[in-house]
Design a protein around this ligand. Structure first.
Ligand SMILES: C[S@@+](CC[C@H](N)C(=O)[O-])C[C@H]1O[C@@H](n2cnc3c(N)ncnc32)[C@H](O)[C@@H]1O
Length: 562
């Protein structure tokens, strides 16, 4: 059987709201414009003509900004948000105290110095559109479009990077594999790929795609088409209870819950492969048939759920009926699988027979067990340091997969620290060999000044969540260990490519790109480039208009193992 065709990606790559210059950028405020008249590739053979030097933040960046850290201050939280969780809703008009102004001024000065120091490596790359670097560009790709893993990058990005940096063979490793985009994109090009992923939803997505690639038979696809056309669950008497978690209780309308129960019960009559794809299809539609919407940190609840609403009533729009949603999804899956069989289909690509290997668990546990100098590239996107909690936003999927309350709490703690709920991990107890990584983070001046600032803000009671300093500290120290291990497992000269976003807390910009690159530079990598997307986050007209604040860079880093 052949793999599905690409569904004319060009047609579906639409301009994203952030792709236009913001009002602030147009007025020449801090932003990511290429420096005028400096269109040069600096002699680097990898740097294409569409990469231009990054112009460091203008003086406007030194203005002290205290705009809200999050714009979604009316988000409706899970019915019972965990203790101590509050959204950052600092008033936009709040005037910082002189002490805070001075501390922020210091951070901004350090940031500016760091940017100046890194000016030769920071490059605005106009080929890296926001659509390509996010899940967006997968929406037009057969197979990749089935499950919307919002935090994913696109298969197109991986293909672009593999081609740009001439990575054609060997084993690619992604320690934060998510839905497996890097693994399958590399596999599709004939490379070997290995991934590590903590969450069971990622594991299920990857293993089902593997099953489809390697084992699915024509008869199975026919059976899926039967399910699409005949909707056999509608005639089924038996039902299966749908497992819920505290934070998912009441997520579906009653008739949807009924449909799901019958669908799962009926699917048990099928063989293992068809059953696996039917479960996968159900996972793909959970958000659309529920009262919830994934919203970064939490699930947002539609007012029709009966859950308590915030100041602003949340209406998610159409909530799809179960029968229609699942039949449409099966339609898409069957269509994609069959389109690859058409002999005259120019876009068809044969299903990849490459074995993608997934290790299930935390990369902090698994990386140290991998062989040294065994991998030819790492391409990855870790969670960003942005408080996004995957265990909350993917709670519907995790509940359906049978994760218990305790299991959920454990997963949350095992995740790379990126939420205010993560407790500090004892890294040296986990692995005493990480001493050098911890020492590099201990001696990272920019990181330490940011941590000192956040600690001081906490002491003064000025943070609206006291977990922020612990999260930021945990994030960088844990990432230092991941970088240390990545350097160990990569062959000499092998590239590590990472997608990540800069963040801002309590008004202070945190240049994640520069801090991690400085850490990488001391742990066995040479930093080749930090490729900056043409338009950063945090430069919406509201934010820029009110405060003239600098935009947050979204970047693709290229480091090379020395
Ligand atoms: C930005 S997403 C990666 C998305 C992926 N690039 C894709 O295209 O699907 C980050 C992933 O890291 C995973 N993760 C977080 N902490 C982890 C850990 N300690 N070990 C392994 N995976 C982890 C999350 O569950 C999430 O799937």
């Amino acid at each position: 059987m052949k793999r599905a065709k690409q569904v004319s990606p060009r047609k579906t790559v639409r301009k994203q709201p952030g792709m236009h210059a913001s009002a602030g950028e147009k007025k020449g405020k801090a932003g990511f414009q290429p420096a005028k008249g400096q269109h040069t590739n600096g002699g680097n053979s990898f740097l294409r003509e569409d990469a231009t030097p990054y112009s460091t933040q203008s003086a406007a960046a030194l203005e002290i900004a205290t705009a809200p850290i999050l714009e979604n201050d009316t988000a409706v939280l899970d019915a019972a948000p965990p203790l101590g969780i509050a959204l950052e809703t600092q008033g936009a008009d709040e005037t910082p105290s002189p002490a805070k102004s001075e501390a922020l001024g210091n951070i901004e000065r350090l940031n500016l110095e760091a940017e100046t120091r890194w000016a030769g490596k920071l490059r605005v790359d106009s080929s890296l559109t926001r659509s390509l670097v996010s899940f967006q560009a997968n929406k037009g790709r057969a197979v990749y479009r089935w499950f919307k893993y919002k935090e994913a990058f696109s298969a197109g990005l991986i293909e672009h990077l593999l081609s740009k940096y001439r990575i054609t063979k060997g084993i690619l490793l992604d320690p934060f594999a998510g839905s497996g985009t890097a693994l399958f994109a590399a596999g599709g090009l004939g490379m070997k790929a290995e991934g590590i992923e903590l969450l069971p939803i990622g594991r299920t997505l990857i293993s089902t795609k593997q099953l489809i690639d390697l084992d699915l038979m024509d008869a199975d696809v026919k059976r899926l088409a039967f399910w699409r056309d005949e909707r056999p669950w509608g005639r089924y008497e038996a039902t299966k209870p749908i497992h819920e978690l505290r934070i998912t209780r009441g997520a579906y309308p009653a008739e949807t819950l009924d449909g799901m129960g019958k669908y799962l019960a009926a699917s048990e009559q099928e063989g293992e492969r068809v059953q696996a794809v039917l479960l996968f299809a159900l996972l793909c539609v959970l958000e659309n048939i529920s009262f919830t919407r994934k919203d970064g940190q939490y699930l947002r609840w539609d007012y029709r759920s009966g859950r308590r609403q915030g100041k602003k009533i949340f209406n998610k729009g159409e909530i799809l009926a179960f029968d229609r949603a699942i039949a449409d999804k099966l339609h898409q899956i069957v269509d994609d699988l069959r389109s690859g069989e058409l002999p005259d289909d120019l876009f068809a690509t044969v299903r990849s027979k490459t074995e993608v290997k997934l290790r299930f668990g935390s990369c902090l546990e698994i990386l140290p067990r991998l062989k040294s100098k065994a991998y030819d590239s790492v391409i990855t996107s870790p969670p960003y340091c942005n408080r996004y909690d995957y265990t909350r936003t993917y709670a519907l999927e995790l509940a359906l997969l049978g994760v218990s309350e305790n299991g959920l709490a454990q997963l949350r703690q095992e995740m790379l620290s990126c939420t205010v709920e993560n407790r500090a991990k004892d890294l040296l107890a986990l692995n005493p060999k990480w001493k050098p990584a911890v020492a590099v983070a201990d001696n990272q001046p920019l990181l330490q000044s940011i941590l000192a600032y956040l600690d001081a803000q906490k002491e003064l009671g000025l943070l609206n969540n006291n977990g922020i300093p612990r999260m930021v500290r945990g994030y960088f120290y844990e990432m230092a260990c991941v970088i240390f291990e990545s350097a160990r497992v990569l062959k000499s000269g092998a590239p590590l490519i990472m997608v990540n976003d800069n963040v801002r807390y309590a008004g202070a910009s945190i240049p994640v790109d520069i801090i991690l690159s400085e850490i990488a530079g001391q742990l066995g990598f040479e930093v080749e480039h930090i490729l900056v997307l043409p338009n950063g986050k945090g430069n919406s007209s509201q934010q820029m208009g009110a405060h003239g604040r600098d935009a947050l860079r979204k970047c693709v880093y290229l480091w090379r193992k020395v």
